[in-house]
Every structure is written in C-alpha cells, then in structure tokens.
Design a binder for this molecule. Structure first.
Ligand code: PLP
Ligand code: SF4
Length: 371
C-alpha cells in the first residue's frame, strides 16, 4: 500500500519536499478524517468523537509512511490515528492529565522548573503531527495556538535572570521548530542574552514527522546560537527514512549533535528486535539514543502502556547483545512530580568495600570479584 499515491497522486516532488506545503496540507480535524476514510474506503466516523476531546492532525509525509491497511496495526498508524480507547472511562483512579505535576512546578507561565540547574520552556502550542501517546495532551484542549507572547517571554527571562543556578534551557512545547522563523529567532536570542544560560536544548519531532522543515536557513540560525543540543523522538525503525536521515545530517553539519528519546509503546516498539533495530539505525545516522521512556500515566494513553517488567526484560536482554552506544537509559518520569527514575537495576548483587563484590554478568552468570 502506498498512501502517497492514493491520497496525494498529483503532487510533484518539489511541492512534496516543501515544508510549507506539507504543513498546510496536513490532514486534520473531522474534515481530514473524512478525507482519509473516503480515500481508504474505511469507516472512521466513530473517531470523530475522539478528536472532539483530543485534537488530530498529521502531515502527508508522515501519513504516507503507513503501510498496513489496518491503520491501528501499523506502527506509524498507531502513533497518529485516534483510537476509541483514548476516551474510554478508565478504571485507574490515579490517571491524570498532568501526572508529572508540571503546572505545580511552573513558577511563571511556560516554564517548568523541577531540577535545580535546568528548566523546560514550553515555547510552542503546535505540533506537525499529534502523537496519540503524548504526555502533554492536556495542552491540546484549546485550539492550536502559536507561541509564547513577547510579554510571557520577558517574564521567563526575568525568572532566569533571577535564578542564576539554572544553566540549561530545554525548549519544548508543542514543537518549537514549527514556530515562525522570527519567533524561533527571538526565543533563541533572549536565551542567549542571559549570561548564566550555558546550553540550549531543543526538543523537536520535526525531523521525524516533517523533515523538510530542516531548511538551510533554519540550520544557519541554529548554528549561530550554539551550544545547542537537539533531542528528537523516533519510536520505530521505519521512521528512519531517507528524508529523516537527510534532515538529521543537515543539523549535524551545522555543528549540532542530535540525541533521541523513545517512548516504549505497546504494539509499536515493545519488543527486543524492533528496539534493537531502531537504536542501531539511529547509531548508524550518528544519533545517540538518550532515553527510553516508560509511557507516562496520562489520561487517554492507557492503551499504550507496557508493564514495567517487560521493559526491563527487553533492556536487560539488549545489554551485551548490542553495542553500548546504541543503548539508552531506560527511565520513568514518576507521577506526582517525583522526577525521572532510572529503571535498570544495578548488576551488583552484593558488595563489601575493600573485600569483594558479587556481580550478575550480561549473560546471566553470577561471579564474585575481589575489588
Ligand atoms: C525531563 C526533564 C528535564 C530534563 O532532564 P534530563 O535528565 O536532563 O534529560 C528537565 N526538566 C523537567 C521538568 C523534565 O521533565
Ligand atoms: S511531537 Fe511531542 S509534543 Fe507534539 S504531540 Fe508528539 S510527543 Fe506531544
């Protein structure tokens, strides 16, 4: 099945590779669902109810990566096609729209300050493609909105000026690389005007869902504002396409290292072979797998949860079987705002300083070592 030829048969390569065309022609809302259902001859009307609660949009490029007609069986389709499970009344009383208590840790609008030396800046309220597993679904309640106002950005600056222990700003959202060029430039230059901010980190899924957005002009702007690190979000090896790798290479050629955060998702990547293939492919395009996240306990994402023990088993089996450069930290962001916790247990079973320690080896032997 080639969805590009079914859904956009007459679009030439020039337009297809133009990010503005891709953005303008996103399938979105009830209208987009209707178009998808007509062209695929599938009844998707039951989903219009879901998208009244959680908005829906995705780019032609990303939709065209779907290969399975059964959209929710496909690892790409499952990430973007709404599911009735999202709005089912769930029997987990702890489910919240904001389990990480990001609003509680927000000293000024748009800023999350949980750890002493780094903050998250929610600079954008839009994404090219809305991931059904997103942990900020709470911000989708309003219509799509662009960015922090100048006034809000000034308040953020005042807070950062007053708190010099903060050395890193993680610009996130939404997707900050979807803001108008001028707004990206403004956010970067305000951050750069604060002498205590040493490093800027940008969280973006653009290289995965709208790789055409990585233009030469954008790369020049990023280059000028280094040190910048980019963290992107690949979840499946099929996302590592020629287009995505090309976008990554452009960022790297601008002198910016790229790392990746993956979310462990049921029916998408919750097995050893898929994750190994994803992490090795990322390493081969010089993207460092940084975190594998246990899916947060956020309302509307229950159907993606993988038991903790399964994730640990997969990651343990990867150790020794895969190069260390390909293996991310497996972490959970604990509910109630307790922060991130590393999940893989230590391989030390017992130890006495100056005498000996008992280790559990990568291939499951138990050895006693004198240290
Ligand atoms: C995840 C997170 C960070 C970044 O943590 P790292 O371990 O440095 O990647 C910073 N602030 C908040 C609020 C976070 O949730
Ligand atoms: S790109 Fe990031 S912020 Fe946007 S929907 Fe996906 S996970 Fe959420």
């Amino acid at each position: 099945m080639n969805l590009r030829h079914i859904l956009w048969p007459d679009v030439d390569t020039g337009l297809w590779n133009d990010w503005r065309w891709q953005y303008k022609n996103r399938l979105k809302g009830a209208e987009g669902l209707f178009k998808l259902s007509t062209l695929l001859q599938k009844d998707l009307s039951h989903l219009s109810h879901v998208i009244k609660t959680y908005r829906w949009a995705s780019t032609p490029y990303y939709i065209s990566l779907i290969q399975d007609k059964n959209l929710l069986q496909d690892p790409i389709g499952r990430q973007i096609i709404p599911s009735p499970h999202e709005i089912q009344k769930q029997s987990y009383p702890q489910l919240s729209l904001d389990p990480l208590k990001e609003r509680l840790y927000s000293p000024v609008p748009g800023l999350i300050h949980r750890y002493k030396d780094r903050v998250v800046l929610l600079a954008s309220g839009i994404c090219a493609s809305y991931c059904r597993h997103c942990n900020r679904k709470r911000t989708w309640k309003k219509p799509e909105h662009l960015s922090l106002t100048k006034h809000a950005l000034n308040k953020v600056k005042a807070y950062l000026d007053a708190n010099p222990e903060i050395r890193e700003v993680i610009i996130s959202g939404g997707d900050p690389l979807l803001l108008p060029f001028k707004s990206i430039k403004r956010v970067l230059s305000v951050m750069r005007s604060i002498p205590t901010i040493e490093v800027i980190r940008i969280g973006t899924r653009v290289p995965v869902v709208l790789p055409m957005r990585i233009t030469d002009r954008l790369c020049r702007l990023l280059h000028k504002n280094r040190p910048i690190w980019i963290n992107t979000h690949f979840n499946h090896p099929r996302e590592v396409t020629k287009e995505a790798s090309g976008a990554i290479e452009k960022i790297q050629l601008a002198g910016i290292p790229v790392s990746n955060q993956t979310v462990l998702l049921k029916g998408i990547n919750d097995n050893h072979d898929v994750l190994k293939s994803l992490f090795c492919k990322l390493q081969s395009i010089m993207v460092r797998p940084y975190y594998l996240f246990q899916c947060d306990q956020v309302c509307g994402t229950l159907h993606f949860w993988v038991p903790l023990s399964k994730g640990i088993e997969i990651m343990e089996s990867m150790w020794g079987d895969t190069g260390g450069m390909c293996i991310p930290n497996f972490v959970a962001d604990l509910p109630e705002g307790y922060g991130k916790a590393r999940l893989l247990p230590s391989q030390i079973l017992d130890m006495e300083d100056g005498k000996e320690a008992i280790f559990f080896t990568y291939d499951k032997k138990i050895v006693k070592i004198h240290l």
